[in-house]
Design a protein around this ligand. Structure first.
Ligand SMILES: CC(=O)N[C@H]1[C@@H](OP(=O)(O)OP(=O)(O)OC[C@H]2O[C@@H](n3ccc(=O)[nH]c3=O)[C@H](O)[C@@H]2O)O[C@H](CO)[C@@H](O)[C@@H]1O[C@H](C)C(=O)N[C@@H](C)C(=O)N[C@H](CCC(=O)O)C(=O)O
Ligand SMILES: Nc1ncnc2c1ncn2[C@@H]1O[C@H](COP(=O)(O)OP(=O)(O)OP(=O)(O)O)[C@@H](O)[C@H]1O
Ligand SMILES: N[C@H](CCC[C@H](N)C(=O)O)C(=O)O
Ligand SMILES: [Mg+2]
Length: 491
């Protein structure tokens, strides 16, 4: 692509040498993967400053650089004041603004993002729409799955993914938008049609200075909504009115707002909620009509996820009967309140709860139906928010009759240090078993008829990350395997 065509998207810049003749073959933000003919963008990262790799990028064939400072190099440098935002603009331009030719729904909030994207995917597919999904578990393009490195990819991979979606005929793309992504401008350059807010509770205080800073990052999605030249489709912010920060988010967007909730006077409401052992039922009330929902999804938090999904689907013109059909036939979400059934006489549930609030939601749901003891296996991730560790331990102790603290991706940290952070303030009444397999074995071995074993924190994950190495580990497989062993030893 001609450089002049790319630069039409960049408002202010200074050029060190003539560039008109340059034809850009590709974009890169990582010197390790530069190809001849690439434009290389220097990003100041969390770990390193990409400007130091400029020479390396040029030696691999980069023909032009985008930087925030003058660089000693033979190729032209385009100097801008924010390379991160410029990378996102260039990426959107290079891939011909793919999000402008599809509907784009972004979901943000501490918990529920993956769940809502999956519910929306089921609804839109039932409505015969070709979908794309980007998020924690994987990327899906028109039915085919691809691995995901981050919940929200960097702006370059993201625009490339949208281009692939466009080519595959995707009509609606549904994506999770993490606070890290918003803070790092990964979604700058995306033309969102609908932005959904789930909830805000403590997480990621290793990255954000405090909860206000975390909220500010989340609010960027709503501030960005409608910030594109392409305004053919109407925009909508979908906001959980029961969240204490709803007002702040409503004020952060200039677009129309559709609220959902249970407690207040939301536009889309759930009434007559009945939580039971096999799912939930409730009346879904919209400004136009009311419909009865019976879903196999468990817990009050699932009602919130269904309300958010229903609101976004309604705003997209999907009939309420299609929405109901999807909720009633939902396949559930991998690693989210997922039962493991091997013929045992107690319940085993795998769940991705890795924040105090999500653990509270899941355990309160278990408590509602469990007639026996509650066994909890849980740990906290290394190199992540340390202040949530004692809070998660408190929640486990509040509900569990048999609590086993264990490892969950210690990463570069000493697993025992993490376990000490979780338990230092506790007086006793729990077990610490660092090896996660042994922790699960202990819980399953002591479970009796009518009990429930909750294995929390890793959900769909298929690894245990220790010292930068990902070892195969899948809570669901381990639980299945150990349940078979328990059964064999009993027969
Ligand atoms: C802390 C954090 O968010 N880091 C993200 C960030 O990387 P970074 O700022 O550390 O990058 P860096 O290593 O300093 O490198 C800076 C620049 O130099 C370049 N470089 C680097 C080395 C080299 O040899 N050559 C080179 O050119 C890099 O390509 C980059 O452009 O930008 C990268 C590209 O977008 C991300 O992949 C990376 O996510 C890391 C892997 C990560 O673990 N992030 C987590 C915390 C995260 O983002 N999580 C959220 C979900 C959280 C949730 O909702 O629960 C997510 O969206 O996944
Ligand atoms: N609406 C909700 N409110 C509170 N907790 C929820 C909600 N939905 C799901 N959860 C809990 O949070 C866990 C994570 O859910 P989900 O994966 O949908 O969230 P997420 O926002 O995508 O998380 P991540 O930030 O890790 O991507 C679930 O396993 C469940 O325990
Ligand atoms: N997206 C989250 C996932 C946490 C999952 C948990 N298993 C952990 O490793 O802490 C994060 O990267 O913080
Ligand atoms: Mg997610």
């Amino acid at each position: 692509m001609k450089i002049a065509q790319l630069l039409t998207q960049v408002p202010f810049y200074k050029i060190t040498k003539a560039i008109e003749h340059i034809n850009v073959k590709g974009l890169s933000m990582d010197s390790r993967s530069v190809q001849p003919g690439d434009l290389f963008v220097c990003i100041r990262g969390h770990e390193v400053d990409g400007h130091v790799f400029a020479k390396d990028a040029v030696s691999k064939g980069a023909v032009v650089l985008v930087a925030e400072e003058e660089l000693d190099t033979e190729v032209p440098v385009i100097i801008v004041n924010d390379t991160t935002k410029v990378l996102a603009m260039l990426a959107a331009a290079f891939y011909e603004a793919p999000t402008e030719s599809m509907q784009l729904i972004g979901v943000t909030g501490t918990n529920g993002k993956t769940s809502i994207t999956y519910l929306l995917d089921e609804i839109f597919r039932a409505h015969k729409v070709t979908t794309g999904v980007i998020g924690t578990i994987q990327m899906r393009i028109a039915g085919a799955s691809y691995p995901a490195k981050n919940t929200t990819p960097d702006s370059l991979s993201l625009q490339q993914t949208f281009a692939r979606m466009k080519e595959a005929g995707v009509q609606t793309a549904i994506m999770e938008v993490s606070s890290h992504a918003l803070n790092q401008g990964r979604v700058y350059g995306c033309d969102f049609d609908i932005a959904i807010f789930t909830n805000l509770s403590q997480d990621h205080l290793d990255y954000h200075d405090n909860m206000d800073d975390y909220l500010r990052a989340k609010s960027l999605l709503f501030a960005q909504l409608g910030n594109s030249y392409h305004m053919e489709r109407s925009k909508m912010a979908v906001i959980n009115l029961d969240s204490p920060v709803a007002g702040k988010l409503i004020r952060s967007t200039a677009q129309p707002v559709l609220t959902y909730g249970i407690k207040g006077s939301a536009d889309v409401k759930a009434e007559n909620i009945h939580l039971h052992e096999k799912g939930v039922s409730f009346s879904l009330k919209t400004p136009a009509e009311t419909i009865e929902i019976n879903s196999p999804l468990m817990g009050l938090f699932s009602v919130y996820n269904m309300l958010a999904s229903a609101s976004a689907a309604l705003a997209s013109g999907v009939p309420l009967t299609t929405i109901r059909h999807s909720f009633e036939h939902s396949e559930g979400i991998r690693g989210r309140f997922e039962p493991v059934l091997e013929g045992q006489n107690f319940g085993v549930v795998i769940d991705y709860a890795h924040t105090p609030d999500s653990l509270e939601n899941v355990l309160s749901t278990v408590k509602e139906f469990c007639r026996g003891d509650i066994h909890v296996v849980v740990g906290c991730g290394g190199d992540r928010d340390r202040t949530k560790r004692p809070l998660m331990a408190d929640v486990a102790m509040k509900y569990g009759t048999d609590v086993i603290f264990t490892s969950d991706n210690p990463r570069s940290e000493d697993p025992n240090e993490i376990l000490r952070d979780m338990t230092n303030h506790l007086e006793g009444g729990y077990k610490v078993i660092e090896d996660r397999r042994e922790a699960i074995r202990s819980a399953l071995a002591s479970a009796e008829k009518g009990d429930v074993v909750l294995i929390a924190g890793k959900g769909h994950e298929t690894y245990q990350e220790i010292d930068g190495i990902r070892h195969d580990f899948d809570d669901r497989e381990v639980a299945r395997e150990l349940l078979k062993q328990v059964k064999e030893s009993q027969s």
